[in-house]
Design a protein around this ligand. Structure first.
Ligand SMILES: Cc1cc2nc3c(=O)[nH]c(=O)nc-3n(C[C@H](O)[C@H](O)[C@H](O)COP(=O)(O)OP(=O)(O)OC[C@H]3O[C@@H](n4cnc5c(N)ncnc54)[C@H](O)[C@@H]3O)c2cc1C
Length: 460
């Protein structure tokens, strides 16, 4: 079915069907809902934005969109890095930011979270019961649980604790026809029926709107010990990464390259080694004695790989400062130019080849590519930096972006490890999935959203 912009009287009917202030159409209010963090200048303009406060509001909006053949772009906190929440012209942006309730059941160790709840707010609610929600995107203070579920977000501790889907026990989802269904729930084991809960995790708003998540919690994390190592080359750093993953399971294994280190140092002035080609941030959250042994082993591995400096600490403030430096990479690099953000991942043994290939691509295309990585997962974020006022620089940056996707595919990797396909990575999806799997994806989409109203142009 062809989607279309709604007629003004249809929009007026939707505004009237919802409480005052829930649906907005004026240009100033709508502007804030046009783009996610990719700041894509090509993002469209919605006909209406619904800031739902309840499941019923979501259902009203989706039923209205289905009746009028209008595209629905679901939106959490808009911190996405793949254009998944970017508006299309004439669409309905369905913002979940106002649905933020959370309830903790400490006996079952689950949280019931509304989709607009921020990841950090969930962590705080769990901590009040001595519990922990592990998934920790670097953006945890500014991203929502609904967005995390929709992108199957990863983060810094995934290397040991897994990604969002590993914590999703159940979902309440509003389907494309406006029905609300419960998938899974607070049952620690449940294998009845097809595993549909997992199908919706990572579906980027293309199959349904997540209006509640039932999330597994675990006991609070032990205070981690932290190691920071500087390397004279990216190759020595990636060799240390493989040495570490081959011998132990750290709770964090992150990499920053020289460009990222310098951008963070320019912003935070914390005394990072500007001359290092790469820096690893490694943590162990094992009990104190074991953590000390692990940090000592990591020190040895880093030194054998050629590290020029290795520091370790179990002081919480000092540890947090290094982790904060890693989390600051994207905001720090955003200050240096426009970014084309990649999220390519490879099987771990190919990490060195990927990183070397990215260095070569930057040189061939005469562009800057900063590198930040959840290295222990083989998941890298090459960030192509360019001056948006320079058309030639932009063309070179876009060429480099494509070349990075291609090298990841050649190395048996994926075009996105955690940010999602969104709108920006769609041109490379078929090459990754292949025609049969792409067709399978499209059949699932057509079964759940026959009119194609949910987030058209994003994800699959
Ligand atoms: C500085 C920075 C660091 C980051 N670090 C990480 C990281 O370490 N790991 C990581 O995985 N990501 C990271 N991200 C990316 C981003 O924060 C995540 O993708 C996050 O999960 C997006 O959540 P959001 O609420 O902002 O979603 P949005 O950007 O609003 O939306 C993301 C996608 O989810 C869909 N969606 C949102 N809510 C719903 C819902 N309730 N139902 C159905 N679909 C929905 C949208 O349509 C869109 O396709 C980072 C971003 C920034 C800015």
């Amino acid at each position: 079915m062809d989607l279309r912009a709604p007629a003004p009287d249809a929009v007026a009917a939707l505004v009237a069907a919802l409480p005052p202030g829930v649906a907005v159409t004026d240009a100033v209010a709508v502007e804030k809902y046009r783009r996610d963090r990719t700041e894509d200048p090509g993002a469209g303009t919605p006909a209406v934005v619904v800031r739902a406060e309840s499941v019923e509001h979501v259902q009203t909006a989706v039923r209205w969109a289905a009746e009028h053949g209008v595209a629905v772009v679901p939106r959490g906190a808009g911190s996405g890095l793949s254009g998944g929440a970017n508006a299309v012209d004439g669409c309905l942006v369905l913002s979940l930011e106002r649905m933020r309730a959370v309830e903790i059941d400490p006996v079952t160790r689950v949280a019931y979270a509304e989709p607009g709840l921020l990841n950090a707010e969930l962590k705080r609610a769990a901590a009040e019961h001595g519990l922990w929600y592990p998934p920790d995107p670097s953006s945890f203070e500014i991203c929502s649980i609904g967005g995390n579920v929709a992108t199957n977000a990863g983060g810094l501790c995934c290397v040991k604790y897994g990604v969002t889907t590993d914590y999703v026990l159940g979902l309440r989802v509003v389907l494309a026809d406006g029905r609300a269904v419960d998938l899974g729930g607070p049952r620690l084991k449940d294998v009845a029926g097809l595993p549909l809960t997992r199908l919706f995790v990572g579906s980027e708003g293309t199959l349904g709107i997540v209006v509640r998540a039932v999330l597994r919690l675990v006991p609070a994390q032990r205070r981690p010990a932290t190691l920071v190592a500087s390397f004279p080359s990216l190759a020595s750093a990636t060799s240390a990464v493989l040495g570490i993953t081959g011998r132990l399971r750290p709770s964090m294994l992150e990499l920053m390259d020289r460009t990222s280190i310098n951008a963070v140092e320019d912003m935070l002035r914390m005394g990072l080694d500007r001359s290092a080609a790469a820096m690893l941030v490694v943590q162990s959250d094992e009990p104190a004695g074991t953590a000390a042994e692990e940090i000592s082993l990591v020190t040895q591995i880093c030194e054998e790989a050629g590290a020029t400096e290795v520091l370790s600490t179990d002081d919480p403030d000092e540890s947090e400062a290094f982790v904060a430096a890693r989390r600051a990479c994207i905001p720090a690099l955003e200050r240096t130019g426009r970014l084309l953000l990649e999220d390519v991942g490879v099987p771990l043994p190919r990490l060195g080849d990927l990183v070397a290939g990215i260095e070569a691509i930057a040189e061939q295309h005469g562009t800057t590519i900063a590198l930040v990585a959840h290295a222990g997962d083989g998941n890298t974020h090459p960030l192509v930096v360019f001056d948006p006022a320079d058309a030639d620089a932009e063309a070179r940056a876009r060429g480099a972006y494509d070349a990075v996707m291609r090298i990841a595919l050649d190395l048996g990797g994926t075009i996105t490890g955690e940010h999602g396909v969104g709108r920006l990575k769609r041109p490379w999806l078929e090459d990754y999935l292949g025609p049969d799997v792409l067709e399978l994806n499209r059949r699932v989409k057509a079964a759940l959203d026959p009119q194609g109203i949910l987030n058209p142009g994003a994800g699959i």
